[in-house]
Ligand binder design. Structure first.
Ligand code: HEM
Length: 225
């Protein structure tokens, strides 16, 4: 275990951990949003998918949850440490130049990251723990938890749908910078592939967030009902 402690204390190691945990969390998001797009295919398809996930064999659900938790804690802990470090190390007179050079998305990473974290906590309280905005229990005609009805009923309330749409926009900004800087952190900065590293991967991040935002929007305008 001591190698992990040494790795996360070095600046190169910190960047590696940020990139790898960020990539892992992004892959989860791609799968999660792809699954949620089944909402467009009706309650049967979506509830069957949600039921299958909740009943994965060999404790796989809890293994995946454990992995997500570890990646989130590592990503957030190192992000805040690096951000405090940078702030303390940056001489005041360079601040103006540095601000000019960095993009809007890169300058706002600690803030958009904080919003992502707050969104995840709210989202878990909403759809997983049912502590807010839940009027269930909902049961579908074959006796499963009616996750379709839970999501649709929630997003019919404009307060929740707008909250999700705005959160997806913030996540889009966070991913657009995270996904392009990830390659540099991993040392994969080859001129031949720079178009893919710098332009295509951030675009994939935006596509995922737009697909996610389309769900509350589609409920709000009655495409999903
Ligand atoms: C409009 C977009 C989204 C929809 C409709 C949605 C829907 C859901 C639903 C229905 C659940 C509960 C599943 C169940 O208990 O059966 C869930 C869980 C979860 N969602 Fe989302 N989600 C969205 C966006 C996101 C985003 C952007 C993230 C991360 C940044 C995220 C992270 C999670 C996590 C971590 C869980 C808990 C998984 C578990 O351990 O059970 N979701 N989501």
């Amino acid at each position: 275990m001591s190698w992990i402690v040494r790795l996360q204390k070095s600046s190169l190691g910190s960047k590696y951990i940020m990139a790898i945990t960020g990539a892992g969390l992004f892959l989860f998001l791609v799968g999660h949003i792809a699954g949620n797009l089944l909402l467009y295919f009706g309650f049967e398809a979506f509830n069957a998918y949600a039921y299958a996930l909740q009943h994965l064999p060999y404790g796989l659900l809890w293994i995946a949850r454990g992995g997500l938790l570890v990646m989130t804690i590592a990503h957030v802990y190192i992000a805040y440490r690096l951000s405090f470090h940078n702030r303390a190390a940056r001489p005041q007179r360079y601040q103006y130049e540095a601000t000019l050079q960095a993009s809007f998305a890169s300058r706002t990473m600690p803030y958009t990251g904080t919003v992502v974290l707050l969104f995840i906590l709210f989202h878990l309280a909403h759809f997983t723990l049912h502590l807010v905005g839940y009027d269930g229990p909902y049961t579908d005609p074959v006796g499963r938890h009616d996750v379709y009805k839970m999501v649709v009923t929630s997003f019919q309330n404009p307060v929740y749908s707008l909250l999700y749409i705005v959160s997806m926009a913030v996540i889009g900004f966070h991913l657009s910078h995270g996904l392009s800087s990830m390659w540099q952190s991993l040392g994969l900065n080859h001129q031949k592939y720079n178009l893919f590293f710098r332009k295509v991967t951030p675009l994939i991040g935006w596509v995922v967030c737009i697909a996610a935002a389309s769900i509350p929007l589609s409920v709000l305008i009655g495409i999903i009902k």
